[in-house]
Design a binder for this molecule. Structure first.
Ligand code: SF4
Length: 224
């Protein structure tokens, strides 16, 4: 059964250090929308372009023409869809919280979830990103890499939904180490446990990995 030891091994393997995150909550929301279905570089470029051309406040984005937003984030892919979401979430936030999101600091985790619930395009992953990266809370956001890697390693059932994966990981990771675990799993997913062809032959946790055990049993694929 996998636990903290495997994640600790990944932390050592990739020399992951506890990051100090203080991303503005609104920026975290916009970054997460921009990160959907694209790579980190294009997502970063789209964010910087949008910030430079339109601005990075709810007021600036709510009053901007949706076509201008789309044009600014074109390099990030799905730009029409993302532009509409960005404008909508900015408009909603401006109405709901005209004084901004600084008040989130004062709220507990569940209160933050309630405060951001119902915003178009803001799901549980986005809220967890705000909790972890903006408010320094001890949660594990489950992105595409964390989801794939944790299921392959055996922390969660392959069919588990967002909440089940997150709870399984958080149960395995000691308090205070969850953001570290998040980055270790992402790094492992990018460098070794790749989506299409995981490099199991050079993986430090293959001895306990469910996917590796099954692929060995089938005698096919799964290894570099
Ligand atoms: S053994 Fe393969 S599938 Fe399992 S965690 Fe390592 S790279 Fe991923």
């Amino acid at each position: 059964m996998v636990g903290w030891a495997e994640i600790e091994s990944l932390i050592r393997q990739y020399s992951v250090v506890q990051p100090h995150m203080e991303v503005d909550p609104f920026e975290a929301l916009i970054r997460t929308i921009l990160s959907q279905n694209t790579n980190d570089l294009n997502s970063y470029r789209a964010f910087e372009s949008l910030k430079g051309r339109v601005g990075m406040t709810p007021a600036a984005l709510a009053s901007a023409d949706v076509g201008t937003i789309a044009e600014s984030i074109r390099m990030g892919g799905l730009y029409n869809l993302k532009a509409a979401r960005i404008k909508l979430v900015s408009e909603e936030l401006l109405v709901r919280y005209p004084r901004g999101l600084a008040f989130l600091e004062e709220l507990g985790d569940e209160e933050v979830r309630r405060a951001l619930s119902g915003l178009k395009g803001v799901g549980p992953k986005t809220v967890d990103i705000v909790l972890a990266f903006s408010l320094g809370r001890d949660v594990i956001p489950v992105d595409t890499h964390v989801n794939r890697v944790s299921k392959r390693m055996g922390y969660a059932n392959p069919k588990a939904g967002y909440r089940a994966v997150k709870e399984a990981l958080e149960a395995a990771v000691p308090p205070g180490k969850r953001l570290l675990a998040h980055f270790a799993l992402i790094t492992h997913g990018r460098r070794t446990c790749k989506a299409l062809r995981p490099l199991c032959g050079s993986c430090p946790v293959r001895s306990t990995c469910s996917y590796y055990r099954l692929s060995k049993g089938r005698g096919v694929g799964g290894r570099a």
